[in-house]
Design a protein around this ligand. Sequence first.
Ligand code: FBP
Length: 556
Amino acid sequence: MAKNMSELQAERAKFKPVLPAILKNGAGAVVARQGKRTESISDQETVNKLFENTYGLPVVTFAKGKNPSAVKKAVKIGVVLSGGQAPGGHNVIAGLFDGLKKANPKNKLIGFLGGPSGILDNKWKEITAPYMDHYRNTGGFDIIQSGRTKIETPEQFEQAKNNILDNKIDALVVVGGDDSNTNAALLAEYFKKEGTGISVVGVPKTIDGDLKNEQIESSFGFDTATKIYSELVGNICRDVNSARKYWHFVRLMGRSASHITLEVGFKTQPNITLIGEEILAKKMTLSSVVDNIVGVIAERAELGKNFGVALVPEGLIEFIPEMKELISALNDAMADNEEKLNEMGSVGDKKNFVCGLLPENLASLLKSLPSAIAAQLMLDRDPHGNVQVSQIETEKLLIEMVKVKLRDLKKAGLFKGKFSAITHFFGYEGRCGAPSNFDANYTYALGYNAAVLALNGLTGYISSVRKLLKKSSDWVCGGVPLTMMMNIERRKGKEKPVIQKALVRLDGAPFKTLLQNRDNWALTESYIFPGPIQYFGPSAVTDMTTKTLAYEQKGK
Ligand code: FBP
């Protein structure tokens, strides 16, 4: 066993991902079938104008056929890992590496270091076979690290182009979420406009599960991360059921979408599963969200059950209309006054300054929040203009408000129970876990497929591997135009083309399944204890993927 390697890692190193049959013989045995011209999901005219050279590309599906031109010339490909870590990133690079070497042993793969800033600073490392082997089937992005730098100014686009041309790179593969793939689309457009011949191909990554559509059934990492959180939440459910004295409030990552919370809800069946998208659709106030929680706590208390588990999506705060309005106004005010705010030392000064810029109702809402939450709402935005919801302790805010309401109910003789709460936040714990069999196979296929897209000279596409509920050998491969997934949204105070996030659909089968069950789960102890991810053993345990995918794909 190599130094610094656990027993599990040593065994996992031997795992051989099973490629979709269509990719098995390499790029030379695959032809790209093109579908019809596509349109962006909305704002077609504006998106078209912004992507004059890459708009409207057809969806591509790979089929068997001889393709000598994809393997003839030796090429050099650059890869970058962008944004938050997600289990399986190393296998994307392994698939890319193997796909390139199978096509032509002289092909080269280099990895830009530390995310997109590596492209701008020209920091890279060649991925060689022994280096790659050390990382196969492992979690993390440490093979070349990641970062959230956004390539946005004209100078940065020019710098990226020059560095890529100087390194004689033929194609760039961007492994990222919606924001990073938006950046990939912009780079593809710029490189095409400049006549560089450099292809850009994206790979759908994010534990959040919100980069998906008809052709992208799931982003990678969602499967493993939700399995890790479900193990932890299942353990808490069992602890709660054993001790019967605490309420546990668990905030789960997922930024703007509640897919992770919903999936963990299915896998563990806790008493409360809050879904941000539902709260937005029902235009619920913070106070009414708290009333609903209090309702369940009080009903359980009547049954003598002063315990339970509640799941809270980390993006919840952004879904409550009044908070959403406040965050959006804060985003604009902070973007317009970035320099001034940076000069201010104390949070109090910042709050006073910002309150002066907000409409009266929003200023008083900000002032009414506990000071820790107000400070967390005013933290710096990420480079894409997103509020950093991972830093906002919504579960603590909810508990404080629940306590106040229960105190009032107690005074009125309407609550005779006890309420003692414990908080958790699970996010970073799941992002670098060793990929499940599903994610190990899926990411390897996505990377290999990205190599085939690049070797065909395709640009402005995201790697698409479909029919994910089938055996991996039967998966369908191809590419989806990035512009097809775009719309116009307000970012950092300006209208921008971005890939639309796939939120939980309230008319979708996963959410409807929650609706059918949640009243029962609220008052009973229907908890499920999924236990840790299994890498060895019966296929029903090792190869199953998410309930979300199973419900979404049922009947398709
Ligand atoms: P990506 O969208 O880049 O995959 O990141 C997802 C995520 O894990 C969110 O769930 C979370 O809110 C955020 O990253 C945290 O970001 P950071 O790692 O910068 O703290």
